[in-house]
Design a protein around this ligand. Sequence first.
Ligand code: N01
Length: 509
Amino acid sequence: MNNKKQAILETAIVGAGFGGLGLAIRLLQDGCSDFQIFERSDDVGGVWRDNIYPGAACDVPSHLYSFSFEPNPGWSRAFGGQAEIHQYLQHCADKYQLWDKIQFGAEVEAALFDEQQNLWTLRFRSGDEIRARAVVLAVGALNVPAYPSIEGLDTFKGKIMHTAEWDDHYSLEGKRVGVIGTGASAIQVVPSIQPQVAELKLYQRTAPWVMPKRDGWIPPVWRKTYERFPILQKLHRTLQYWMFESTAPVMIKNNWMTRVGERLGRRYLRRKIQDPVLREKVTPTYALGCKRVLLSDDYYPALTKANVDVLTQGIRRVDETGIVSADGSHQQLDALILATGFKVPAAGAPFRIEGLGGRVLDDDWRGGSEAYLGMAVTGYPNLLYIMGPNTGPGNISVIFYIESQLRYIMAYLKHMRERNIAALDIKPDVQRKFNDMIQAKMQKTTWVSGCDSWYLTEDGKNTTLWPGYSWQYRMQAKHFDPSLYRSIRTRPSARELALEPGCEAIPSA
Ligand code: N01
């Protein structure tokens, strides 16, 4: 990065995944070029670049798991695989000519707000710094692998891989493999590696709810039809949206519909696993939806294979050659796969963030992260989150939430531009009221019905998911209301600050 280049950016975007690329596209479509994306890695794609474990795929249908403004008629599967979703994001970067707008290898270490200038300084690991009027954090929600704290893990002499840090040069062929975890990543990796490994020991702490995915190839004739008649693809997407949205009461509300859903889940399990002992082991014992409901056609069948053993007695420790279970038995392993999930950043800032009066976001979020609409945090003017606190979907595509946020952020930035506003800070009482409402709604959800999940903080507060329908979130985020913000003095002119023209030159629409 060029240290001498000290022009002030209008918008600095951190992260080149769905959120960052989506905002960049929206800015360009609005005629704004005065932004830059800072990406710590060397490619676009976020989690879809990083999670290359065998079987990595999306559990939301492809047409729904893509930008509404950039439909892809060519999706090859009903549920996109990792490589195809990654390619889709690369295609977005190509089509909208975003590559030059992305600074790769730029890992942000701190974001510091300068109250005199009302500007943010982003400090990078390299020591470089840039200044920007607004910072948008599109760092994703699941990007820091969580390693389990199991005694002796570091003494294991075989191969250890976290699903999010997969080594695709390592062959599992004919190996004795242990998999720890039975979440969304595990249920994809287990059936994918089962045919090639000699033995697969699956260490399950909590049995997940699994429902049929109904995945499959999309026939070429359909792809061609979508290409010729985009309206049909749009219709398909809309249908998928309402189909998934209709599951919200089942997964979120913890009521009689949840019980019906549980019955369906158990019926699916009965159909797929005949062995009563195995079935008993993998029968969930908590409310459907409390943890993420998993979709898979091949997970249960894989568990029935002769080389797979589901171990539920718990792990005592790991030693040089394998795992010692709580009952004292020892399983000899060549490789250990940690499908143990992520440290959820909604519980904390992704890096040091200092706002007004030197306040530090991690301190403000000590009791759990919160923001207004998951985007704006009081005391941190012009800092906006994409996929921030309480905007995760419990039942539907995260892209729907991201697009709601893109619209809001565009309106926010436009308001600042048009009114020559130097900084906008969400009022504390607005944020308080909003989060009180969220937490009150939360009390009626399955997520707080007694299971332990990554959705919750150590104190049991859900700071990750939106406790309602996604359309309700969209309605709430539809209008940007400036009266909810404290406007901080009119900014100096673009000339005083030597701003690049970018959006500044664009007359208001
Ligand atoms: O992680 P998880 P994940 N000893 O946290 C177990 C998204 N995603 O990577 O349930 C033993 O869900 C833990 O056990 P328990 C999606 O949002 C999406 O699978 O806590 N076990 C659990 O079984 C998802 O929700 C896709 O008792 C230990 C597992 O590890 C999120 O990523 C695909 C343990 C962790 O499950 C995370 O999913 C993949 C220990 N010490 C992921 N520590 C899509 O399809 C943890 N576990 C879009």
